[in-house]
Design a binder for this molecule. Structure first.
Ligand SMILES: [Zn+2]
Length: 139
């Protein structure tokens, strides 16, 4: 915890789910007791959207997973974006008042954790990105 702890996270999350180090944050998001699934909004196998919540600080997140079947490469391309959201936004997503396709607009002033795994890469690249992002359905 440094002197700047919290200031770069714009009020979202804790030092684990919004850790400065993207790899640390992702490890927390993937751990059983880290960030838990609260509600699945879409589950089309190639396009999975869910609301998740940090077990430590109760910060809500929207997780967008997209997969593109690659018939040539041995593995399919997988992309995951996790964006911290307010409880009101989480409720809107769950209730259907906010389309998952518009969730990317919420990233305007926020960082989001991205995991890009193109079919030709050996492992995913994990990093914090910011700004509006496009939500696309895989195939
Ligand atoms: Zn947290």
């Amino acid at each position: 915890m440094g002197a700047h702890d919290g200031s770069d996270r714009a009020g979202f999350g804790c030092a684990m789910c919004c850790a400065e180090d993207a790899a640390v944050a992702q490890a927390h998001h993937r751990s059983r007791d880290g960030v838990r699934l609260e509600r699945t909004i879409r589950d089309d196998s190639h396009f999975i959207v869910s609301v998740q919540r940090c077990g430590l600080c109760s910060q809500a997140f929207v997780s967008v997973f997209t997969e593109y079947i690659d018939w040539v490469a041995s593995q399919d391309a997988q992309y995951r974006t996790v964006l911290p959201i307010t409880d009101a936004e989480a409720e809107d997503l769950v209730a259907g008042r906010l389309s998952p396709h518009r969730a990317g607009a919420l990233g305007r002033d926020r960082r989001h954790l991205r995991s890009d795994w193109p079919s030709d890469a050996e492992k995913p690249s994990v990093y914090w990105d910011s700004g509006v992002f496009e939500v696309r359905e895989g195939h």
